[in-house]
Structures are given as structure tokens and as C-alpha cells.
Design a protein around this ligand. Structure first.
Ligand SMILES: [Zn+2]
Length: 187
């Protein structure tokens, strides 16, 4: 009986320790991170057209969203009106993608190095995973959003080439005039 009580006690202590360990989070309280915003925007984009295999053509095709998500916390910029989000956002959106990519490395959303002291940027892949990449790699993705998609079938790449439009915010248009399929408006 004593052994059983002892075992129970040890078990309870173990359980308590396990719970305590699980509730310990990195100290990011109160600090909004760029990659959290990027992931949230990617989710908004995907859920805005839930039954279609395509992502929206433009960021303005999303509705009822929190404008502050479209600002990189590193820039200190203020969010504007959602109707003109593609003008003021800090993020570059690869519009009109098909959500059927067989290669995970197709860029969906990009925070360019201009928002991070020119050192690095972030990409949200079509899988909605976020990666930090070097400035040259981010620039390659803006020119060709599937440039790292080495496993994608050729016909899938051909489909993307025909439909994708990279949406560059106004203040970055001079820097990324070579963005893939970028609308030549408001320059
Ligand atoms: Zn950022």
C-alpha cells in the first residue's frame, strides 16, 4: 500500500512538472512579430475563398480583417484603409496562386529586406510555413515566386506563370520594378 501511495505521489509530481513545462512560453508577450502577422494574413487569404482552389488576386479581395496585420512591426508604419491595402502594406503578396502546389516552396507572401534593415526578409510558403531568407533570396522570389520549387511539375509551373501577379506596395515599386507579373499601375 505504501509503495502504491509512493508511486501515486511520484506520478502526480511528474504530471505537475509536465504541465508546468508545457505552460512555459518564450518571452514574447506584448511583442508582435513580423512572422506572426505574415502567418495571420496568409490564413485570412486562404479562408477568404474557402471553397476555391485559388488564392485571391489582390489583398483587397480579403474582407473583415485587421488592418494592423498588414504592417511589419519593424517598420513602425501605421495601417491605412483596407480598401487601399496594396498601396500602404509592408508586405508583398503573390496574387492568384493555385492552392494545389506539389512543391512546398512557392512564395505566397513576402516581407522584403527593406523592412528589416536590408539584412533579411521573410517568406510565407504556400504551405503557410514562414522562413527567414537572405536579402538576395527574397529578391529572387519577388522576381520568380516559384524559383525554389524544384519538385514542382513543369505543367504546374506553366499554370503559375500565366496567372500570378506579384503585388508591390507603392513605396517599394521603384525597388521591385522587376516583380513577376506586377500590375503597371500607379507608378
Ligand atoms: Zn517584416
Amino acid at each position: 500500500m505504501r509503495t502504491l501511495a509512493c508511486a501515486c505521489f511520484v506520478g502526480l509530481v511528474g504530471l505537475a512538472c509536465g504541465c508546468a513545462a508545457k505552460s512555459t512560453k518564450p518571452d514574447t508577450a506584448g511583442k508582435i512579430r513580423c512572422l506572426d502577422n505574415l502567418q495571420a494574413v496568409a490564413l485570412v487569404l486562404r479562408t477568404s475563398i474557402p471553397t476555391e482552389p485559388d488564392y485571391p488576386l489582390t489583398l483587397t479581395d480579403t474582407s473583415n480583417t485587421n488592418a494592423s496585420l498588414f504592417v511589419c512591426p519593424s517598420t513602425g508604419h501605421k495601417p491605412g484603409d483596407m480598401a487601399s491595402v496594396e498601396e500602404w502594406s509592408d508586405y508583398i503578396y503573390v496574387g492568384n496562386l493555385l492552392d494545389v502546389a506539389q512543391d512546398p516552396k512557392v512564395a505566397l507572401l513576402i516581407c522584403p529586406p527593406e523592412n528589416h534593415d536590408g539584412k533579411y526578409g521573410y517568406v510565407v510558403w504556400l504551405t503557410r510555413e514562414v522562413a527567414q531568407l537572405s536579402a538576395p533570396d527574397i529578391r529572387r522570389l519577388i522576381m520568380t515566386p516559384w524559383c525554389f520549387a524544384t519538385n514542382a511539375p513543369a505543367d504546374q509551373i506553366e499554370r503559375l506563370k500565366k496567372r500570378v501577379s506579384v503585388r508591390i506596395p507603392r513605396r517599394l515599386r521603384a525597388v521591385f520594378s522587376n516583380a513577376y507579373g506586377s500590375p503597371k499601375l500607379n507608378r
